[in-house]
Design a protein around this ligand. Structure first.
Ligand SMILES: [Zn+2]
Length: 299
């Protein structure tokens, strides 16, 4: 993938990462390359630096709010979800390469080392080579690695497009039907999230910024008013209490266009959020709104 080509004079490119890992030995886990290898991460960063100038999300905020100019061909590096390997693997590379980064953290993942609903499903499917399941949209079966990936792709697509389907409940149903343990966390390296002392370590590094990414990672626009307030307030309160993060930075969980709305943006602004990129693919021109910034996912 030609990521440097997304950097240009008249646009701001914001790259979205999730995890950076040393080695992964799984049949289907991480088939989407949510976690990329350390060496590949180094290569991508160096190639981006050859054509662009790294900036922080704070630089972008002060540029838009105060008119402080950005360097030519700016790009920013961001991470969603708060995987432990952000600190153990990615952070030393970022420091060596002098690249600022913003880490958007889902606080319940930190509190309980929790997996997302799709990681819970992937973890269960990894343990079963073949199965037949009854899903809300019909009967499905898989046998072997390729069919397991097709099965997981279909689940991703359907659940992300239908806010009425509860991903956590679906994960529990699938775990039960596959006869594996009903679990919300695992000891697998890909499932380790930052703990609070690690969030504080990241926040203390001058190159880095920590922001919010929901509390439970639920899609914000799927929530009623009260639950929406709880989700945003809880996440921001925990970041403040446990890691002294008071910042104005946030990213929408899932981040697709159907995951946020004017109502969600207003609720975030009331809590002091001033910059919130989505996960919609694209780069941003000089008029882009700070609550509709697009990102380029690196896989
Ligand atoms: Zn996320």
């Amino acid at each position: 993938m030609n990521y440097p080509s997304r950097i240009s004079d008249n646009h701001l490119a914001i790259f979205l990462f999730h995890g950076v890992t040393l080695s992964v030995d799984c049949a289907v886990r991480n088939y989407t390359r949510k976690h990329i290898e350390r060496d590949y991460f180094v290569t991508v960063l160096r190639r981006l630096k050859q054509v662009g100038t790294p900036v922080s999300m704070n630089d972008i905020l002060t540029h838009r709010e105060l008119g402080i100019p950005l360097p030519p061909r700016p790009f920013a590096v961001t991470f969603d979800d708060g995987f432990r390997n952000n600190l153990s693997v990615a952070a030393p590379v970022l420091v060596d390469e002098h690249v600022p980064a913003t880490f958007y953290i889902s606080t319940d993942f930190v509190e309980r080392n929790r997996m997302s609903w799709i990681d819970r499903i992937e973890f269960a499917v990894e343990q079963c080579v073949c199965a037949e399941l009854q899903l809300p949209w019909g009967q499905r079966q898989f046998r072997g690695d390729e069919e397991r990936r097709v099965f997981l792709n279909e689940i991703r697509q359907i659940v992300k497009n239908d806010l009425m389907i509860d991903g956590e409940q679906l994960a529990t149903d699938i775990q039960a039907q596959l006869g594996v343990a009903i679990t919300y966390s695992s000891s697998h390296p890909l499932d380790q999230k930052l703990d609070w002392s690690e969030v504080r370590t990241l926040a203390a590094e001058p190159l880095f910024t920590v922001g919010g990414h929901g509390h439970s990672h639920v899609i914000l626009d799927s929530l009623g008013t009260q639950d929406l307030e709880y989700e945003i307030e809880t996440g921001m309160r925990l970041l403040k209490e446990k890691a002294a993060v008071h910042g104005p930075h946030y990213s929408y969980p899932e981040g697709m266009p159907n995951c946020y709305s004017a109502r969600v943006i207003e609720a975030l602004k009331r809590r002091g959020v001033r910059c919130c990129p989505s996960a919609v693919d694209g780069v941003n021109d000089s008029t882009a709104d700070l609550f509709h910034l697009k990102r380029v996912m690196v896989v």
